[in-house]
Design a protein around this ligand. Structure first.
Ligand SMILES: O=c1nc2n(C[C@H](O)[C@H](O)[C@H](O)CO)c3cc(O)ccc3cc-2c(=O)[nH]1
Ligand SMILES: C[C@H]1O[C@@H](n2cnc3c(N)ncnc32)[C@H](O)[C@@H]1O
Ligand code: SF4
Length: 364
């Protein structure tokens, strides 16, 4: 049995059994049954702030203090409106982790707009998205229980990448992502009944045992709470801050197969079609192509353009399966009668019930 770095410190009770790891390590692509359909969501990407407490060495998203930006309410509304007009259903709020006092410009701007914290502002941003006809999916990185509880009822789903259970150099420095803290964020989402997206980053210094442990840790938290809707298998992608090689196709194939085998059937395995060659991974158990935007770029990986929906259809055709559009919250979490349940707040449930665009997506 092995425990995970930082798990004790953050009070997360996850331990990996050697036998489970051995079983995960033995999975090969040829052991896997391919999925019978491929799903995706249409979204707009809203980079609320480029200020971040961490400095992950693979990331070009964050700005140094003095240069960080904050999206204005007007810009948020404008982007959401453009997205809704283009048929999107999701407002993806992904941004720097817990921007702190190092970024006085962000704090000053937030205060000027009447907010004490980025989570208060995120709440307003989610309200704007809902008003404009989009369902919020926020990934603000690690969150405390108080932070997440502050925005849970205005999000259809939320997310954070576990990245990896290993302590890797890519996360080093005085402030660094800790596997225990990431797992704690995922557990908190379970406790609060938030449908959740997580995932692993492949090629940042982890080995095969770490990949197995990461997937098994996610499985354990899902077994406890039932809240994980999808797990992203994301290859690290070279950019001006990261000059390492991306993982090979063979590595991606084996990792996707491992994810498919380790995770329960209800949890979809997602690969981002702008970072990975989805065609070459389909037979290893890919079930979802994530949020794809007809309107905005992938601000985290701006060098890698989104394929058009037409190209996603080609990918699905290549695998001989249908392509189906989904909402940012998976259907099994939606209330069967009424507008709310333990997973969906009344605020979000009403929007889904009343929104014509959402109903069309659900009917297809
Ligand atoms: O455009 C991106 N979308 C990313 N997404 C969006 C994701 O593809 C969709 O928002 C979800 O599938 C919900 O529809 C993430 C969402 C999460 O909750 C966690 C991590 C990611 C990572 C990315 C990413 O790197 N780039
Ligand atoms: C939103 C997610 O984007 C991922 N992320 C950040 N930088 C990169 C990169 N160079 N390549 C691939 N994924 C990246 C991290 O996994 C983060 O959690
Ligand atoms: S990946 Fe997220 S947490 Fe890491 S530096 Fe980039 S914005 Fe910050």
């Amino acid at each position: 049995m092995s425990s995970i770095p930082g798990a004790d410190e953050y009070g997360v009770d996850v331990a990996i059994e050697d036998a489970d790891r051995e079983r995960a390590l033995s999975v090969r692509p040829e052991d896997v049954e391919p999925a019978d359909e491929l799903t995706f969501a249409r979204n707009v990407f809203l980079p609320l702030t480029t200020a971040c407490r961490y400095t992950c060495t693979y990331c070009t998203y964050y700005d140094v203090p003095g240069e960080a930006s904050l999206m204005s309410p007007e810009a948020i509304r404008e982007t959401c409106r453009t997205g809704a007009d283009a048929g999107c259903t999701e407002a993806l709020f992904t941004f720097g982790d817990d921007p702190d006092d190092r970024y006085t410009e962000v704090h000053d701007q937030l205060r000027e707009w009447g907010h004490d914290s980025i989570h208060e502002y995120l709440r307003e941003a989610c309200e704007i998205a809902l008003e404009e006809g989009l369902l919020p999916h926020a990934n603000p990185g690690d969150q405390t229980r108080e932070q997440m509880a502050h925005v849970a009822d205005v999000n259809a789903s939320m997310g954070v990448m576990l990245e990896t259970t290993a302590d890797v150099r890519a996360h080093s420095g005085s402030r660094a992502k800790s596997p225990g803290q990431r797992l704690n964020t995922i557990a908190t989402a379970g406790e609060l009944g938030v449908p959740f997206t997580t995932g692993i980053l492949v090629g940042v210094g982890e080995d095969w045992s770490d990949r197995a442990d990461s997937l098994l840790a996610i499985r354990e938290l899902h077994e406890r709470y039932g809240h994980v809707q999808e797990v992203i298998v994301q290859p690290v992608s070279p950019n001006e801050r990261w000059d390492g090689d991306p993982p090979s196709e063979a590595t991606m194939r084996r990792t996707v197969a491992m994810a498919h085998a380790v995770l329960p059937e209800a949890v979809a395995v997602q690969v981002p079609p702008n970072l990975a060659d989805a065609r070459a991974l389909l037979d290893c158990g890919v079930e979802d192509l994530g949020g794809v935007s007809p309107v905005t770029e992938d601000y985290i990986n701006p060098d890698y353009a989104w394929p058009a929906v037409r190209e996603l259809e080609d990918v699905a055709e290549h695998g001989g399966v249908p392509l189906r559009e989904r909402l940012p919250v998976y259907e099994r979490f939606l209330p069967e009668d009424g507008v709310e349940n333990e997973w969906v707040s009344e605020r979000v449930g009403r929007e889904i019930a009343d929104g014509e665009r959402y109903r069309t997506v659900l009917a297809d």
